[in-house]
Write a protein that binds this ligand. Structure first.
Ligand code: MLT
Length: 386
C-alpha cells in the first residue's frame, strides 16, 4: 500500500524506535535500565486519582466533552496562570484544553503553516516541531542551540528571506534536551522578533516546574505585549506524573488559539471531561506536590553530576527539566554510542541525533528512574572502562 507523500517526509518517532529496541532487549532477557524517555517513574498524586474515581461515576461526564475544554477547566487554568506566573487570561478566548501538549503542538503547525512556508525550530529540538513541519509540507529552518550561544537561538543569523516566509517560531524552555532555562529578557527578544515579523512565537513550557539552584522559570507571556503574538503549551505529564492521561493546555494569543481550536474541533472531540475534572484537582493542589517532585529530581541530578564527573564525561549541569545532555566519547556517533550502551550494559539512552543535526555527538539521559537504578546504570557504564 502506498502512503501519502507527507508521511514519506516524516521519520519514525524517536521514542517508537527506542521502544522497539527495548522490546528486543527484553525478549533476550536483558535487565534494561531505561534512561531514554522522560516518563516519570512515580504515580499520579493520590488526590488526583481520587477525584478521577469520583468523576468517572458521574454520567454527566460520559457524553461528548466540550470541544475547547469545559469552562471549569479553562477557568482553573486561568487561575493557575495568575497565581503561578501573574498573567491574566480570558478562559473563553485565551485557553484551550489539549489531549496532551504533543497534540496541540502538532496541530498548531497545521493551523498556521502552508506548504513551502518556513518554520523556525531549535536544533536540538523536541522531535514534534520537526515532524509537524514535515507533515504540513513546511520547511524547517534550524536555529542551532549550542554551548557557545547558551542553548538560546541567535535570531540575528536567520536570513531575511527565511524570516519573510516564516509563520511560526518554536522554543522550549526549560529546554528539552539541553536543560537550559530562558529568562524574561530572552523571552522578550523572541516576542519582539515575532511582533516585528508577524511570526507566531510558541513556547513549549512542559517543564516549567522543574528548575534548580533557586531558578524559577518564567512564562513567555510575562514578556511585554506577549499576548499579541505568543502562545504557550503546558502538559500535565511531567509536573503531575500524568503522561498516560493525555492532558495539556495552550494559552495566549487569542487569534492563534482560535485557529488551533478550529483545527482541533475538526479532528478531535476534546478531552474526556472526567480527566479535565481530575486535572483541575492537580492544578489546585500542585504547589506542594510539585515541590516534592522537584526535590526528588534535584537529588537525582546531584547523583548524575557526581557519577558523570567520575566517569569523565563532558556535560552541562541542567538548570531545568530532568535531562542531561552529554557529549559522547571520541570515536562514537550518538547512535553508535547509544546502541553500544544498550548492547553491552542494558542501559537505554536517547541518541542526540534524534533531536536534530546539532544533537549529533550527544546523548540524552532522563532522571525518571529511582536513585538505585540510576546509580546502577552508571556503575554498568563505569565497568565498560571507557
Ligand atoms: C521526552 O522524553 O522527551 C518526551 O517527553 C517524550 C514524548 O513526549 O514523546
Amino acid at each position: 500500500m502506498k502512503q501519502a507523500r507527507r508521511l514519506d517526509n516524516a521519520p519514525p518517532y524517536l521514542f517508537v524506535e527506542i521502544e522497539e529496541n527495548i522490546k528486543k532487549a527484553l525478549a533476550k532477557g536483558v535487565d534494561v535500565i531505561n534512561l531514554g524517555i522522560g516518563d516519570p517513574d512515580m504515580p499520579t498524586p493520590y488526590f488526583v486519582v481520587r477525584k478521577m474515581a469520583e468523576a468517572i461515576k458521574n454520567p454527566i461526564y460520559h457524553a461528548y466533552p466540550e470541544y475547547d475544554g469545559c469552562l471549569e477547566f479553562r477557568c482553573a487554568v486561568a487561575e493557575h496562570y495568575k497565581k503561578r506566573f501573574g498573567v491574566d487570561l480570558d478562559p473563553e478566548t485565551e485557553v484551550v484544553a489539549l489531549l496532551g501538549s504533543k497534540e496541540g503542538i502538532a496541530h498548531i503547525f497545521f493551523a498556521l503553516v502552508n506548504e513551502g512556508d518556513f518554520t523556525l525550530v531549535p536544533d536540538p529540538e523536541y522531535p514534534v516541531y520537526e515532524l509537524a513541519t514535515a507533515l504540513t509540507g513546511g520547511v524547517p529552518y534550524h536555529m542551532p542551540l549550542t554551548k557557545e550561544n547558551g542553548f538560546f537561538p541567535d535570531l540575528s543569523t536567520i536570513p531575511k528571506e527565511v524570516i519573510k516566509r516564516s509563520k511560526i517560531l518554536f522554543v522550549n524552555y526549560p529546554n528539552n534536551p539541553t536543560g537550559a532555562v530562558a529568562d524574561l529578557e530572552q523571552f522578550q527578544k523572541l516576542v519582539d522578533f515575532g511582533l516585528e515579523h508577524d511570526i507566531v512565537v510558541c513556547n513549549d513550557n512542559a517543564y516549567s516546574e522543574f528548575t534548580y539552584d533557586g531558578i524559577k522559570a518564567p512564562s513567555i507571556l510575562n514578556a511585554d505585549n506577549a499576548k499579541e503574538i505568543a502562545v504557550e503549551f503546558h502538559s500535565f505529564s511531567k509536573s503531575y506524573n500524568m503522561t498516560g492521561w493525555r492532558l495539556g493546555f495552550a494559552v495566549g494569543n487569542k487569534e492563534a488559539i482560535s485557529k488551533l481550536k478550529k483545527m482541533k474541533n475538526n479532528i478531535d472531540s476534546g478531552v474526556f471531561t472526567a480527566i479535565q475534572i481530575a486535572g483541575i484537582e492537580a492544578l489546585k493542589g500542585c504547589e506542594k506536590f510539585v515541590e516534592g517532585m522537584r526535590k526528588i529530581y534535584a537529588r537525582r541530578r546531584d547523583i548524575a553530576i557526581n557519577e558523570l564527573q567520575k566517569l569523565g564525561f563532558e556535560f552541562e549541569v541542567p538548570k531545568g527539566a530532568f535531562y542531561f545532555w552529554i557529549k559522547v566519547p571520541d570515536g562514537y556517533t550518538s547512535k553508535s554510542f547509544a546502541d553500544m550502551l544498550l548492547e553491552k550494559t542494558g542501559v537505554v539512552v536517547a541518541p542526540g541525533r534524534g533531536y536534530g543535526e546539532y544533537g549529533e555527538g550527544y546523548i540524552r539521559i532522563s532522571l525518571t528512574i529511582n536513585d538505585e537504578r540510576l546509580k546502577e546504570a552508571f556503575e554498568r557504564i563505569r565497568k565498560l572502562g571507557i
